[in-house]
Design a protein around this ligand. Sequence first.
Ligand SMILES: [Zn+2]
Length: 252
Amino acid sequence: MPRLDVCAPAIVLRTVDYGDRDRIVTLLVAGHGRRGAMAKSARASKKRFAGALEPLRVIEASYIDRDPSRLATLTSAEVIEHFAGVESSFDKTSLASYATELTRELARDGVPDDDLLNLLVGHFRALSTGAETLDTLEDLHTTFVLRAIDGAGFLPALAVCARCHRDVDASTQWRFVPEAGAVCAACRRPGASGAEVMPPTLRFLADRALRSSGAPDAPHVRVRARSVLRDMVRGMLGRDLKSAHFLDMVLR
Ligand SMILES: [Zn+2]
């Protein structure tokens, strides 16, 4: 592959210190997808990248790409947008960290995914400028997670049975099977996994996936929806995200 000089907006998904002087960053780059890059002297010189190599920033990243199987070389990074309203709040920072980690898991090396990038930036803006109650914070979080999963093609059935496609309603019992979604009593396989879930919980999640907020929901619906959402992510990744721990401290 010939040398490629890239200069594009990006978001920092992760940083890991390397030796005494350098830092390895994982970026989601507009038009280029996920990319790991070596930021030489990022630790040795405070001025070198001047605070740009932190999560919660949109940066203009310039790097040299010689070989997709190796780290790119970051040559400059400038902050275009940062989200002060998020950084000043533990709750918002926790939700933003979770969103960043989920994005890192869903993005693919070298596969452009500007929808995911825009979704994450939009989420940071919404967290930063609005969302002063815990319910509105959680709504933003739920919508982000569902849309990110949907964009990756993993959204399970929420409004209909995953197997027979009948509408979710109160005339039968429902289970949530993480790899499939809502499953009605008639389609349930004996001994199969999946916790019982009530139609209002499925409706709440289906509404959030479509971004129609709908009527305020009872607290028990939110609590149940939270655990279904966690099952969904766990079913997709085979484990919890590390930042789920902080999420639990915020959404109790
Ligand atoms: Zn069914």
